[in-house]
Design a protein around this ligand. Structure first.
Ligand code: HEC
Length: 140
């Protein structure tokens, strides 16, 4: 009974969207869902992780794995501010086009960002807004 309640509350924590059912069906056989959701990854990172889970024995169709990659990238994704194009930075992190351009300019002038904190030095970016997004920012 307790297990069922826990299961129900965990299931509710996942945002709605295509791919959610596949995650619920496939990704909690071997570990809890919070193993999946505790750390955000880039799309490449999710692809690698899903492939690794396949090697470990996760079973599903190609369509399900593809849906899982898209779903996790959207909801538990990171954007690499050193590699992404301006549009990706804007859509992935919820910055305006102008803010994304400012990030690109800063990167061109100063080289790669070493930590999400460096983004707070970009002129025209609100430090609080950057900090709110820190779990979704990758610097690779
Ligand atoms: C056949 C068993 C199995 C299934 C099914 C499975 N995993 Fe895993 N997963 C593991 C093992 C083993 C580990 C490493 C030990 C741990 O963290 O519990 C792991 C760890 C992880 C980690 C932690 C980081 C890492 O790479 O070690 C993530 C993220 C993850 N799994 C995501 C998923 C996702 C997403 C799915 C659904 C597509 C999934 N797993 C399905 C076996 C599985």
């Amino acid at each position: 009974m307790l297990f069922l309640l826990l299961f129900a509350s965990l299931a509710q924590d996942l945002p709605e969207g295509p791919g959610k059912d596949a995650v619920l069906q496939i990704c909690q056989d071997c570990h809890a869902l919070d193993t999946v959701t505790m750390d955000n990854r880039t799309k490449e990172g999710w692809k690698k992780t899903i492939a690794k889970m396949g090697d470990r024995g996760a079973e599903g169709t190609d369509e399900q794995f593809e849906a899982i990659i898209v779903y996790l990238t959207k909801n538990f994704g990171r954007t690499d501010v050193n590699k992404a194009a301006a549009e990706e930075i804007a859509s992935g992190l919820g910055f305006s086009a102008k803010e994304a351009e400012a990030i690109m300019e800063y990167r061109k002038k100063n080289g790669d960002f070493k930590s999400w904190r460096d983004l707070t030095k970009v002129e025209g970016l609100d430090a609080a807004k950057v900090e709110a997004k820190k779990d979704h920012i990758a610097v690779k």
